[in-house]
Design a protein around this ligand. Structure first.
Ligand SMILES: C[S@@+](CC[C@H](N)C(=O)[O-])C[C@H]1O[C@@H](n2cnc3c(N)ncnc32)[C@H](O)[C@@H]1O
Length: 437
């Protein structure tokens, strides 16, 4: 754990949801925390480790309700991606982005603490923020997961247009990545990015197909890899100073016999090894993610506008391409992906199309009714042509269940309103998903 700690007013208290949109400070020992939460469900079967869940409610309450009631988290959460309100004081239509700093910090700390015991061993936690709170959030994450769990701070280029009125035209967000087992161990199970193979060529008409080439050398001096190589033009070559050939002489000879060595400059250049598509190692992700690879906020808005042309577009959706990259790096099919700040539902939509299991929580009922629920219904029914649908040849399938977890404090959600969700879901092809989709 960290020997340096961030302090804020009421840090020793717990921040719980009160009513549909507010919070309340309570002592962690407050007896009312023992009262059970009221949970409504659309299905009657067990909520187990095969179900995808759309939860209406505060993220911490949803985690508590699911932990108490079921084997939902069996196997552990593999990826947490959260995109909470950034606390920028902005006047947004769909949620409050201006709470006191102390409340925001406790809100984050308490939800991360609630997630921690539910994580799989090789889990990672990605927290998407901007400059308003990211430096304080990092201190909180150090406190919750330990400084050694820090993996990376990803800079995502969220827009490509310039704001000429600002002192700086901010065009990035930051995504903090933590893995409780630490980056070295986590690296073993994370996925590399796929290499773009469009650049492969077939300069010698190799019947095995196109190939890339790399120098036939390795760093450092290795005695067994110092020998003469004669180029087809007759030049005798030795490895460059301080380097060795890539392999020993017998291996080199078998590679030549297998036509795996290429001499550029019409047979006069230094040897290069041919690498076919299946032999190319993926790419370690950079920490700067460009809009051309991962999309922008405006791309996400266009996707939603096409899906809901009659509605005012959701304030801050994230593009599916961004989530596709995160989910690709951090999970494999059937792994459980959790997002406690659902918004328009990008995380669940992408996880579903990528055949991961998912849990998404959103406390604003209108946001669920207007965006999250209908968007996921489109995904299941195969009627969402946007985002990563074409890239993955997604044609629909799978299903999910909706639950509503009323807050312990303040006014609960209306069971009647949930009835409307239940009726709407009955019309969707909604069944238990094995391996998500
Ligand atoms: C930045 S938006 C998420 C956007 C989302 N990633 C997307 O692509 O559409 C944050 C969302 O979190 C919701 N929210 C805020 N506090 C919450 C809480 N305690 N529990 C659940 N949802 C919450 C807000 O209503 C808002 O919809």
């Amino acid at each position: 754990m960290s020997d340096i700690e961030l302090f804020w007013p009421n840090k020793e208290l717990s921040l719980r949801a009160s009513g549909a949109l507010d919070y309340l400070w309570v002592q962690p020992t407050d007896g009312r925390l023992l009262d059970s939460l009221t949970v409504e469900r659309t299905n009657t079967g067990p909520l187990d480790a095969r179900t995808n869940v759309l939860a209406i409610g505060d993220g911490a309450d949803v985690l508590e309700a699911l932990t108490k009631q079921s084997s939902f988290f069996e196997g552990g959460i593999r990826l947490v991606y959260i995109d909470p309100p950034f606390n920028t004081n902005a006047d947004l239509r769909h949620y409050n982005d201006a709470i006191s700093r102390a409340m925001w910090l406790s809100m984050m700390r308490d939800r991360l603490l609630a997630l921690r015991p539910l994580l799989a061993e090789n889990a990672s936690v990605w927290v998407h923020l901007d400059d308003a709170e990211v430096h304080r959030a990092r201190a909180v994450m150090d406190e919750v997961f330990g400084v050694n769990a820090f993996v990376a701070s990803v800079v995502w280029q969220k827009k490509t247009s310039r704001d000429s009125r600002a002192a700086f035209s901010t065009n990035h967000d930051t995504i903090l990545v933590y893995a409780p087992i630490g980056p070295k161990k986590w690296k073993v199970s994370r996925n590399l990015l796929e290499k773009d193979t469009a650049y492969l060529t077939n300069k010698d008409d190799d019947p095995r197909g196109p190939w890339a080439d790399a120098p036939f050398t390795a760093p450092g001096y290795r005695r067994g890899q110092q020998y003469d190589i004669v180029t087809p033009s007759g030049r005798v070559l030795r490895p460059p100073r301080g380097r060795s050939w890539y392999a020993t002489e017998p291996t080199y000879r078998s590679l030549v016999a297998d036509e795996r060595i290429w001499f550029p400059k019409e047979g006069d250049g230094s040897p290069r090894i041919k690498l076919f598509k299946h032999q190319l190692r993926g790419l370690v992700p950079f920490t700067v993610w460009e809009a051309s690879d991962t999309g922008t906020n405006d791309d996400a808005k266009r996707h939603l506008m096409a899906m809901f042309p009659d509605r005012e577009v959701f304030d801050t959706p994230k593009p599916e391409l961004l989530l596709e990259r995160i989910i690709h790096i951090a999970t494999n099919p059937s792994d459980l992906v959790v997002d406690l700040f659902g918004g328009s539902g990008t995380t669940a939509a992408v996880a579903h199309k990528m055949r991961r299991r998912w849990l998404i929580a959103e406390r604003n009922f209108q946001t669920v009714r207007d965006f999250l629920l209908p968007r996921l219904q489109h995904v299941v029914e195969g009627t969402d042509p946007g985002g990563i649908t074409e890239m993955l040849s997604w044609a629909g399938g799978g299903g999910f269940e909706a639950i509503q977890v009323s807050p312990r404090f303040g006014k609960g959600y209306s069971p009647n309103a949930f009835g409307a969700i239940r009726r709407s879901l009955k019309k969707t092809v909604c069944r238990k998903a094995t391996g998500a989709a």
